[in-house]
Design a protein around this ligand. Structure first.
Ligand SMILES: Nc1ncnc2c1ncn2[C@@H]1O[C@H](COP(=O)(O)OP(=O)(O)O)[C@@H](O)[C@H]1O
Ligand SMILES: [Mg+2]
Length: 190
């Protein structure tokens, strides 16, 4: 008997551009978050939309990077992790920000019931941790960060960033290697 596989989601698109960085410590993570914030902020204040996915194991630094990014965008007060609520909204005048953590997301019905479809359709900044847990529901990301802790140094992270849109490309190209050195071997003069 033949089994028919139903393809539930579209095949993954390749990124337009990808770059690799090293965060030697959390300060390098914060520096990159601040740089990204300064590139995105004018467009977001002008009513644009951006969606950033954060991939990586537990403790990689997804929430930490997000907190530094939100601070740099002007979010004040305590920045709660959205783990239990799935989404945490943040307010900066003129800009809607939603920080998602899909770690505990397991009911696709919640996507509709909780209004996530509407949140993703509206302008503003959306950030998502554990997007793989809501695969098939999420839109194409502008940027994906893949954060990998170092086996040797517990403050170091390898960060692979992929851009999937013009917005993502512009933000990725604006990142300076100086804020987080690009490892030797990926540059053209290797
Ligand atoms: N280079 C670094 N970048 C980001 N976080 C770091 C770095 N070095 C150490 N850390 C620490 O690692 C932890 C990351 O935790 P968290 O951001 O909650 O991870 P995740 O959300 O990916 O599960 C934080 O305690 C942070 O201070
Ligand atoms: Mg987290």
């Amino acid at each position: 008997m033949t089994h028919v596989t139903i393809v539930a989601s579209l095949p993954a698109q390749p990124p337009i551009v990808a770059r690799d960085f090293i965060w030697t410590d959390e300060a390098a993570c914060a520096a990159m978050a601040a740089e990204l914030a300064s590139t995105l902020k004018p467009a977001l204040l002008g009513g644009a939309s951006a969606y950033i996915e954060l991939h990586g194991t537990l403790g990689a630094g997804k929430t930490t990077f997000t907190r530094h990014l939100l601070r740099a965008l002007g979010v004040q007060g305590r920045i709660k992790s959205p783990s239990y609520a799935v989404v945490e909204p943040h307010d900066v005048p003129g800009m809607a920000i939603h920080h998602f953590d899909f770690y505990r997301f397991n009911d696709p019905q919640e996507w509709e019931d909780a209004g996530f479809r509407d949140l993703f359709a509206a302008p503003g900044l959306k950030l998502a941790e554990w997007p793989e847990k809501a695969a098939g529901l999420l839109p194409r990301a502008d940027l994906q960060l893949h954060i990998q802790p170092s086996a040797q140094d517990n403050e170091q992270r390898s960060v692979h960033i992929e851009a999937f849109s013009a917005t993502g490309l512009q933000a990725l190209q604006a990142l300076q290697p100086a804020s987080a050195s690009e490892p030797a071997g990926v540059s053209a003069h290797g």
